[in-house]
Design a protein around this ligand. Structure first.
Ligand code: UDP
Length: 564
């Protein structure tokens, strides 16, 4: 059956069920965004032309909303609790539905079991029950529940699962044996999935797939209105919970801000003003999403105090014409030094409250400064008040961008297929690439055959030997490219080192998430023995890593130029 784009979301709203505050929030959002989804579907349909799209049967099991995993979020929807996850799930559901796929949505264990065709209490039954879905989107909680209740079917069908994982899961933490042996064991990792099956909220390491969410886009008339209606001295503080106001050094930087601007907040409170919020702040209380957006349309500045990390709100602020001001973290926050990231299966270092805003958007929309340096902070406020910025939303966070990306994933990502064409090992393979004319990197040879169906297409590969201590994520960015882990198998050969003129005295094949790599002392070359450990993330001063990079579409970093 062919998938047909849908523009009416009323059936989706029925599928989403009711009762929980979280579902009500998600349904309101999907409903409000219907018109934007419809326009996006129309544009994408034109762009894709006559491309064949099969209709997939998809199960969406939102594990964190099940009573069985505690459902800590639903009761906090109206009390300033985190909403980012619900924003993302609402948008995933809308996107899958608009793309025309068959959907089932479950938010309890009972519903999950009946949809999986597993009789209750028969989780460990030795038979594999056929899975009636082509794809399953879930989260870590849901993954655990499926493992418990699917018996042997879990192993057989886990390649069909996609895990929505806000922070990402790096390969070193995903590989059970390796994580256990090398201290990468956490509460979440060690599922031995293909790392691309984990889908993140922002494009972190390209080892995972970037799922994202959407932010509402202004039309021209709204943009005009926003331009005319800005109060140049109005600031809104990022964060719905009073606890974010407990930040150290607050008196100093808030004092400076208060000299220039009227400060507004949307902090949840029960009966009286939260004591953490100073009296000079105009607190509106937690606002419904549309009213929050209206407030942003009037404001000049959206200011972060360092927490929450990487939510949707700064993108919404920038899309509504605000400048986002945030603090630089020095030293960077990570799972090693910050409670919030502790136990998360990633070694990522976070250099500011919202790294995506800093690195993918930047000035004039985003200013990242040291809040402990009063001069720097004050200069930024003054400069921001003088600059004129237009509403801006990166393409990947528009409805069309998200539809395009999910379409491409559904069309091309297949983790059930047999492993790629170039098995790892020390054996010299017929190499498909050549040294580039300037001798700095490898390129795909023009006459080399391309593995049919390989995605992204291998001819976009460019490979570099990174500087010692540099991760492949960063090494590729240094060249204006993005690391592409699915290209590692092509590079994992003696021949690649040879073509790059790396002076290997010896070559070993071992399990190490930093391999393939070259170690200068001893002039040793190392190949990767375990395909699950190919990793863009990770670095050590001991190694020059061999890094596969590719190009990407402007505003859509998940897709290479020929990836649609
Ligand atoms: N939001 C809201 N009312 C408010 C403030 C924020 O509905 O008063 C919404 C906002 O539109 C955003 C969502 O809360 O989409 C999540 O925002 P945030 O970036 O704070 O992420 P979180 O920490 O909640 O995951």
């Amino acid at each position: 059956v062919q998938a047909v784009f849908r523009s009416n979301l009323s059936h989706l709203l029925e599928l989403m069920g009711s009762g929980k505050e979280s579902l009500i929030f998600m349904k309101k959002r999907a409903k409000r965004l219907t018109a934007q989804w419809a326009v996006a579907a129309q544009r994408l349909s034109q762009k894709l032309g006559a491309v064949q799209r099969d209709q997939k049967q998809i199960l969406v099991h939102i594990g964190f909303l099940t009573e069985e995993s505690g459902d800590v979020f639903s009761p906090r929807v109206l009390k300033g609790g985190p909403l980012g996850e619900m924003v993302q799930w609402a948008d995933i559901l809308a996107a899958l539905y608009v793309l025309g796929h068959g959907l089932r949505i479950t938010v309890s264990l009972k519903e999950l079991q009946s949809n999986l065709g597993v009789p209750p209490g028969r989780g460990n039954c030795p038979l594999t029950v056929p899975l009636p879905f082509d794809l399953v989107y879930t989260d870590y909680h849901g993954l655990q529940q499926m493992k418990q209740h699917m018996g042997l079917s879990f192993k057989k069908y886990r390649c069909r699962i996609r895990v929505i994982d806000t922070f990402g899961t790096e390969p070193a933490y995903n590989h059970e044996e390796y994580a256990t042996l090398h201290g990468y064991r956490t509460n979440w990792g060690y599922w031995n999935l293909n790392p691309k099956q984990f889908m993140t909220m922002f494009p972190h390491t390209p080892d995972n797939s970037f799922m994202g969410f959407v932010s509402e886009e202004l039309n021209e008339t709204e943009k005009q209105l926003v331009r005319g209606g800005k109060a140049s001295n109005m600031a809104v503080v990022y964060g719905k919970e009073a606890s974010i106001w407990k930040v150290s050094g607050k008196e100093k930087f808030l004092g400076i801000l208060n000299k220039y601007m009227e400060i507004h907040g949307t902090v949840y409170y029960e009966s009286q003003r939260p004591p953490e919020v100073p009296a000079f702040v105009k607190n509106h209380g937690l606002l419904p999403q549309p009213e929050f957006q209206q407030l942003l349309r009037k404001a000049k500045l959206f200011i972060g105090f360092g927490f929450p990390y990487e939510g949707p709100a700064p993108l919404e602020a920038i899309a509504n014409g605000c400048v986002f001001l945030q603090s630089r973290f020095s030293p960077p926050h990570s799972s090693l030094n910050h409670e919030f990231f502790r136990g998360k299966p990633t070694s990522r270092e976070v250099f500011s409250q919202h790294p995506y805003a800093e690195n993918f958007i930047g000035k004039p929309h985003v200013w990242t400064v040291d809040y402990n340096n009063s001069d720097e902070f004050e200069a930024a406020i003054k400069a921001i008040m003088k600059t004129q910025v237009d509403p801006y939303l990166p393409y990947e966070y528009t409805c069309e961008g998200m539809l395009e990306r999910i379409h491409a994933y559904i069309q091309h990502q297949d983790f059930c297929a047999a492993p790629g064409p170039a098995p790892p090992g020390t054996r010299a393979l017929q190499s498909p690439f050549v040294l580039a004319p300037n001798a700095t990197h490898l390129e795909w040879a023009q006459n080399a055959s391309v593995a049919p169906g390989a995605w992204p297409p291998a001819h976009s590969l460019r490979a570099w030997l990174a500087a010692a201590g540099r991760a492949c994520t960063d090494a590729c960015l240094d060249h204006g490219l993005i690391c592409e882990p699915s290209f590692f198998p092509f590079l994992n050969s003696q021949d690649a080192f040879q073509k790059l003129q790396v002076p290997c005295d010896s070559t070993e094949s071992e399990m190490n998430h930093l391999y393939p790599a070259f170690a200068q002392p001893g002039r040793e070359c190392f190949l990767q023995k375990e395909p699950l450990l190919f990793s863009c993330a990770g670095s050590s001063t001991k190694y020059h890593r061999l890094c596969p990079c590719r190009d990407f579409r402007k505003g859509q970093v998940a897709l290479c130029r020929d990836c649609l």
